[in-house]
Design a binder for this molecule. Structure first.
Ligand SMILES: *Cc1c(COP(=O)(O)O)cnc(C)c1O
Length: 412
């Protein structure tokens, strides 16, 4: 190791990313800013078949199941190589049988992606598309299930990361089981910071990935599934490599992943899981993110920015802000100015009005969030933006959230 490298590591060992060195904070919902300990855990190599790595896999599975609360003993954890979308596809292919039918509750990009995945799988799907951000409500789920007895499963997106909305999975779960169907949850961007305990919110399986609220690096996802569902899922999957049942069987028998595992990402994730526990688990992680969100929103509102969502629907994961109507504002310029100050932000995904997003997850606290607001303030001044207020259409758009569930559009 050269002197410079050693020196740099010594500095970074006790510090967060240093924008002076060109490493920005990622205000994005995964990949996100990880701790030095997580990065450091990747500085050695592991044999995938070796006992040490098998023990790491076993510990990872056990620690994830332990996050499920009282009913955890009925659940199994199966990690799966690839990004989050791979494990969504694996869950749908493994748990929705070939003759099953899935109701997808969509209010953004990830719900629509799940419906598209069902198209690829050639399996039946009913899409409830609520548009950019309106929440799917329990009542309408109940109506759809009553009208279509062929539906066997419901897929809910826990936090729809494209707007940041926290969907009401509690009432969705109640409506699903009241109708005798089964719930699958994409809790990708929520798991680890927002509780999903099966004795409180019933479900059969959920998926999440390494680079979201547990604060690991990208490389794999995982499913937490009821053992009885896993046992019943043999032969369902359309894909050899995405077969959760087969991966589970192999892990039970050999302690190994079936195909090459992302060893370094697994090592990093274990370090992240330990830090998650030390921080105080899901409750403490959620509180830190909520404080991040509240600090961010209070500061941004003071600058004149408005959020897409009413406070009631805001998740502690990511927040969508409307772009200012002021002609001096340009998102690309704003992005560059924020990056110059050490912060990577995220473009918006709304179809109706311009927006951008700022993530609250990762190795960040309220001190950092205050710096984000200061950077936003400076960026506006540098652009010559006088007011950060959004266009009138943006606020009209937000009014839609106040409408009653039975006035919200349904399509299939
Ligand atoms: C991140 C995310 C995914 C998976 O996205 P990848 O880019 O494949 O990792 C799926 N659903 C939600 C809600 C997400 O936030």
């Amino acid at each position: 190791m050269t002197a410079t490298v050693a020196n740099e590591l010594a500095i970074k060992a006790n510090s967060l990313p240093d924008p002076e060195k060109g490493e920005p904070f990622l205000l994005t919902p995964g990949p996100l800013t990880t701790s030095y300990a997580v990065k450091q855990a990747m500085l050695r190599d592991w044999g995938s078949w070796d006992g040490d790595f098998r023990a790491m896999t076993a510990e990872l599975r056990r620690r994830l199941v332990d996050l499920l609360g009282n009913e955890r003993k009925a659940f199994e954890c199966v990690p799966m190589q690839g990004s989050g979308s791979y494990v969504v596809e694996a869950m749908l292919g493994t748990f929705v049988p070939k003759d099953g039918k899935l109701l997808v509750l969509a209010n953004g990009a990830y719900g629509l992606r799940a419906a598209k995945t069902m198209d690829y799988l050639g399996r039946a799907c009913h899409l409830l598309d609520k548009g950019d951000y309106l929440p799917p409500r329990g009542e309408e789920v109940g109506q759809i299930l009553a009208a279509d007895p062929a539906i066997t499963h419901v897929l809910a997106i826990h936090c729809e990361t494209s707007s940041g909305i926290l969907n009401p999975i509690d009432e969705i779960s109640k409506a699903t089981y009241a109708a005798g169907r089964k719930l699958l949850i994409d809790s990708m961007s929520a798991f680890g910071a927002i509780p999903v305990e099966p004795d409180k919110i019933r479900f059969e399986a959920l998926v999440s990935s390494a680079n979201k609220c547990i604060e690991g690096v990208p490389g794999f996802g995982f499913v937490l599934a009821r053992r009885s569902e896993l046992e019943a899922s043999a032969g369902n999957c359309h894909s050899l490599s995405l077969d959760i049942h087969a991966q589970w069987q192999a892990m039970e028998e050999t302690g190994q992943w079936r195909f090459t595992p992302p060893t370094h990402a697994v090592a990093a994730f274990l370090a992240a899981l330990k830090a998650h526990e030390v921080e105080g688990g899901i409750a403490a992680r959620g509180e830190r993110y909520e404080a991040n969100r509240d600090t961010l929103i209070a500061g941004m509102r003071q600058l004149g920015f408005e959020t897409l969502l009413d406070d009631r629907w805001l998740s502690p994961i990511i927040v969508t802000f409307f772009c200012p109507v002021d002609g001096a504002f340009s998102f690309d310029r704003f992005y560059d100015l924020m990056k110059d100050q050490g912060f990577i932000i995220y473009p918006g995904k709304l179809t109706v009005v311009d927006s951008f997003r700022i993530g609250c997850i990762g190795q960040m606290d309220t001190t950092i969030m205050r710096r984000v607001v200061t950077a936003a303030d400076l960026s506006l001044k540098q652009m010559g933006v006088v007011s950060a207020a959004p266009p009138r259409e943006a606020l009209q758009e937000r009014q839609k959230l106040q409408s009653r569930p039975d006035e919200m559009g349904m399509t299939s």
